[in-house]
Write a protein that binds this ligand. Structure first.
Ligand code: ZN
Length: 196
């Protein structure tokens, strides 16, 4: 088990485009386990490889409810329930999308900020699994939101880039000027919220 360092905005590595994985081997399996350990350790529900400094198209996700912080109206959808998690996605692509939804997203790379972001409500994804096989599946609910958020990371994009330019600039300059709040200064509420 290894807990990796999670990079935070404005680290320039988060702005780079990740490369497709060419070979799914033992090294990658070990790396995805470290990513999962890191994500659970940070109380996240998703993590993309560039967030821990590796510019490869790899994502880990676990949106299953883990405590009482997810309320009734955020319960898993039928589609979500049918997908076995944690989910490891290699070279994921959204091949179909429809509908629109919003959710107050957070991010381990932009700690302590939460903002409503618009995403497709329902997506179809193509990816490789850890056996190197191509898999396609459909998702909605928090899982679909999380997959879209993480694929953005693979393209060097953060959720704050998807806000209105005024809001995005306000947050970015505040972070550049003052940094992030110390973890112990965060409120209970923030600690209980989900970070993608
Ligand atoms: Zn994120």
């Amino acid at each position: 088990m290894a807990i990796l360092e999670v990079l935070t905005f404005p680290n320039p590595i988060l702005r780079r485009k990740s490369q497709p994985v060419e070979k799914v081997g033992e090294d990658l399996k070990k790396f995805t386990q470290d990513m999962l350990d890191t994500m659970y350790n940070q109380r996240g529900i998703g993590l993309a490889a560039p967030q821990v400094g590796r510019l490869e198209r790899v994502i880990v996700i676990d949106t299953r409810p883990r405590d009482e912080s997810r309320y009734e109206d955020e319960a898993q959808t039928e589609l979500e329930k049918n997908i076995s998690q944690p989910l490891i996605l290699i070279n994921p692509e959204v091949i179909e999308k429809d509908g629109e939804t919003t959710y107050p997203e957070g991010c381990l790379s932009v700690p302590s900020y939460f903002e409503e972001v618009k995403r497709a409500e329902h997506i179809k994804v193509r990816m490789l699994n850890l056996e190197g096989e191509t898999v396609e599946f459909e998702a909605d609910g928090l899982l679909a939101i999380c997959i879209q958020h993480e694929i953005d990371h693979l393209d060097g994009k953060l959720f704050i880039d998807r806000l209105s330019p005024i809001k995005a600039n306000r947050i970015k300059s505040k972070i550049k000027k003052y940094g992030y709040p110390e973890p112990e200064k965060e409120t209970e509420d923030e600690l209980e919220s989900e970070r993608i």
